[in-house]
Structures are given as structure tokens and as C-alpha cells.
Design a protein around this ligand. Structure first.
Ligand SMILES: [Zn+2]
Length: 99
């Protein structure tokens, strides 16, 4: 069985390899092509950061901390991130059940 988190994770693996794919990818939750991928980068090392991956339509998504930032990805610093009014999203938790 493939849960919702797994579908989001699979989508993230694709856009992590090539961030340009995010525009054409369907949201695992609602199916619309309104996904956003943003990396909040470390102040002294912009190749490290955390990833926020969410849907602008249904406002669901996932995030990962301490990831390496792929080339071509949209990035902001933590300060810029705080200064920007970013739409909040509901974080889908990983599921550990065996169903
Ligand atoms: Zn959605």
C-alpha cells in the first residue's frame, strides 16, 4: 500500500533531482499542478538547508531538514524566509503503520 506521505516523498525525490520539474508535477493530495518547492539555506553554506515542498491549492506538503540544495532550486535565507509572508501548509506526517 502506498500512503499519502509516500506519494509526496516520491514526488519530492523527482523534484530534488531536477527542481524545474515542480511546475509540471501533479499534487499527490489534490492532483493540481500547483506545487511549490523552496529551500531555506544556511547563512554561511548555501548548499545546505531545509526543503519545503507544498501545494498552493490544497496547502498540504512535506518538509525536510538538513538537505543539500540541488542546482537550479529556488532558495531563500532564513532571514528572507521570516520576512516573507509565505502561505502556511499542513505538514503530512510520515506513516509508520503497516497497512
Ligand atoms: Zn494539492
Amino acid at each position: 500500500m502506498s500512503g499519502l506521505y509516500e506519494k509526496w516523498f516520491e514526488a519530492y525525490v523527482k523534484v530534488e533531482k531536477d527542481p524545474r520539474l515542480v511546475a509540471g508535477l501533479s499534487c499527490p493530495s489534490c492532483g493540481r499542478t500547483t506545487l511549490r518547492l523552496l529551500f531555506v539555506v544556511h547563512p554561511t553554506d548555501r548548499s545546505l538547508g531545509w526543503a519545503e515542498f507544498w501545494c498552493g491549492a490544497c496547502r498540504q506538503g512535506i518538509f525536510f531538514s538538513r538537505v543539500s540544495v540541488p542546482a537550479g532550486a529556488e532558495t531563500v535565507s532564513a532571514e528572507e524566509r521570516r520576512a516573507t509572508q509565505r502561505e502556511d501548509f499542513e505538514v503530512i506526517p510520515p506513516m509508520f503503520s503497516s497497512d
